[in-house]
Each structure stands twice: as C-alpha cells, then as structure tokens.
Design a protein around this ligand. Structure first.
Ligand code: SAM
Ligand code: SF4
Length: 349
C-alpha cells in the first residue's frame, strides 16, 4: 500500500462508529504485528525537572503557572532512576523536562549522560528546542534519540497555541538539526486541540512522513485548569479526544509502518485502559514513569495524571500484567531501537 491520501487519513481519524473504529484498530494492529511482532518496548520515563522558560498555552508546567513547586532532580537522583530502569529490564530511558537553554543546563545534561553511560541503556532526551551545537554535545555524551513534538503541523494553529516568541519554523529546524546530529528523531502532536480539524491531523501524519520521523509520541490534548487554553472550548469532548488519539495511532501505523509509536500516558488519563488500547491500535512502546513518586504531582502537564502516588516497582508489575493480558510480550533488557531508523541508515540490511 502506498501512502494514503489526506482524504483517506482524515476519514480514518474521524471514525466514530464503534464497529468501524474496531476494524481500523484491528487493521493497524495486524500491520504492527507483521512489521514489529507482538512485542512492546519499555522506556523508563524520568521527569527530570519542571522548570521551564516557555509559556505554551496548554501546558501545566508553563513558566507563568505559579500553582506548583518547581524542582530539578540532582544528577544522583537521575542516575538512581536510570539504574532502577536498567535493573527493571526496561532497556532504555527518556529524560524529559521543561525547556532551559543555558550553558549550565547543557553541561549538567552532559554530565548526567556520561554518568549513566555504564548502564548501557538506550537514552532518549526530550528537553525541547536547543541549538544544533547543544544537540551535538548531548549526542557526543551518549544520547541516541530525541523526542520533540511539533505539537501541530498547522503553523496558524501552532501560533494560536504558543506565545508570539515561539516559532514554528524554529521547531521544524530543530527537528532537521537533530537528524543532522545522527539522532533517532521522534516527533508527534496532541489530538483534540481547540480549533484543530481532522484535516490538520491528517496533515500531521504527512508531516511525520516528510520529516522522515523514526519515532512518534502523540496523545490526546487534556486541559489543565491553570492554563489559558483550558478556558477555550475545544470543540472535542474528552471521549472524542481519546478516540482521536487512538485513531491517530492506527492511521500513523498504517501510513508509516515501521516507526516506533508510543502509547502515551495521556491516553491512560482519559481511560484506565488507554495505554492497552493504544497498543491494540498499533503502538509498540510504553513509557512507565520511574521518577521518584514524591516529584510526580509537580510534573502535571494536564489534569488527572495517572500513577501519581504509585512507586515505580509497583508500576512495573502492574504494567507487565496489563501488557501480557492483551497477548503482547515485553521486550526486556533491549534498547528497542526504531526499525525505521535502521532501514534509513543501513538500507539493505
Ligand atoms: N519541554 C519539552 C517540549 O516541550 O518539547 C519536553 C517536555 S513537554 C512537557 C512534553 C510534551 O507534553 C509536549 O510536547 C506536549 O505535547 C505535552 N503536553 C503538554 N501539555 C499537555 C496537555 N495539556 N495535554 C496533553 N499533552 C500535553
Ligand atoms: Fe515548557 Fe514543554 Fe510545557 Fe512548553 S510543553 S511549557 S516547553 S514543558
């Protein structure tokens, strides 16, 4: 099958009839099974800090929100979380935080990367927009993957979601810079944003193809009460946002085939079985939180964040049971690299 037309994609994404949705997800799951197998990769998610210089209008840790205590994990705390992930057999970690552009922060992340290198984990960074030089330094210090969601590929919608100082073009340029630095590059969007249309979402998938993404991390938009965007009616109910999020996973799997796709935690915030449903719609990556539970309430991007007070060891057991209950096998102890990355960097292998 060639790349679907935008009409086809928006038709899939907009499906709401239960039987039609089930058939779409079953097709995408069959595609995922054929290309990747009935296997799920795990990434231990480390929420390294909630200090952020930016003011994205949808995000609970935006700079202007005063209703939270800011924190930054120490190097030792990050290493301890990474060690827990390694000992749990997750095989890889994602280090995520608010966006800080400073030499001190760049150096701190370099030191963290060098300190966790002996653990031999796949390391994804999700630390926002930086200069190409910074991306290169972090790549040299051991990071192999980078996740930077475009949030929406519609520049007008992007402008409505962010303060004027944020540039859509810079975000795209950052994705290109990450490619030049040799990362496995991940991007993604939120589904169900105020003003977002099915056509926007179809174009998002075409954007993933055009940027030649290796990994996709996307999920439903969930309002956070302390943000300006929460006051705007989205036009989508929470139920619709969940359905859009799942249909986006399915449509992306059918269109892009061999990319890694994460079943985002935001799916679970809207439905206790949201992540399992994400896997059954074609996702192949789950990111259990390995951050010390005492910090988790301070990293609330949206309302109803799940697993707030669960410790990471409990999370592991609960997730394994949940994944096995749908007939999938966890790939323990392997980095879970993107098949698409290998296909584009080592063609013919
Ligand atoms: N600061 C970095 C950045 O923006 O790329 C990484 C951390 S940021 C918190 C990670 C992602 O959280 C964003 O890319 C955004 O898509 C998502 N996010 C923020 N607020 C959200 C909300 N209200 N609902 C769903 N996802 C949200
Ligand atoms: Fe900061 Fe990222 Fe949230 Fe934007 S989405 S406010 S950059 S943490």
């Amino acid at each position: 099958m060639g790349f679907p037309s935008l009409e086809e994609l928006s038709g899939w994404i907009g499906l709401s009839d239960a039987e039609a949705v089930r058939a779409l997800h079953a097709r995408a799951y069959a595609e995922k099974t054929a290309v990747i197998g009935r296997r799920v990769s795990m990434r231990g998610l480390i929420e390294a800090g909630n200090v952020c210089a930016k003011d994205c209008r949808y995000c609970g840790i935006r700079a202007s929100n005063r209703n939270l205590t800011r924190y930054q994990l120490t190097q030792e705390e990050i290493v301890a979380s990474a060690r827990f992930a390694a000992e749990s057999g997750y095989g890889s970690v994602v280090i995520q935080s608010g966006e800080i552009e400073s030499e001190a922060h760049t150096r701190f992340i370099e030191e963290v990367l060098r300190a966790i290198a002996p653990l031999k984990l796949g390391v994804t960074l999700s630390l926002g927009e930086q200069t190409e030089e910074v991306y290169r330094r972090w790549r040299d210090a051991g990071a192999t993957r980078y996740l930077l969601r475009i949030e929406t590929s519609n520049p007008a919608l992007y402008a409505a979601l962010h303060p004027a100082i944020c540039s859509f073009d810079r975000r795209v340029e950052c994705l290109r810079a990450l490619r030049r630095c040799g990362y496995q590059v991940g991007t993604g969007v939120m589904a169900g944003l105020p003003g977002q249309t099915l056509e926007d979402l179809a174009r998002d998938i075409a954007f993933f193809r055009d940027i030649d993404a290796d990994m996709i991390g996307m999920g439903p938009y969930i309002p956070h009460p302390d943000t300006p965007l929460a006051a705007e009616a989205s036009g989508w109910s929470a139920e619709a946002a969940l359905r859009l999020g799942l249909n986006m996973i399915a449509a992306t799997r059918l269109a892009l085939r061999d990319v890694n796709i994460a079943a985002a935690t935001a799916l679970q915030a809207l439905d206790p079985l949201g992540r399992e449903k994400g896997l059954l719609a074609g996702a192949n990556v789950v990111m259990p939180n390995v951050t010390d539970a005492k910090y988790r309430a301070q990293y609330k991007l949206y309302a109803n964040k799940p697993c707030l007070d669960e410790n990471a060891a409990l999370c592991r057991g609960c997730l394994q049971r949940r994944i096995e209950s749908i007939g999938e096998t966890v790939l323990w102890g392997v980095p879970g690299d993107s098949a698409h990355f290998f296909a584009r960097t080592r063609p013919g292998m």
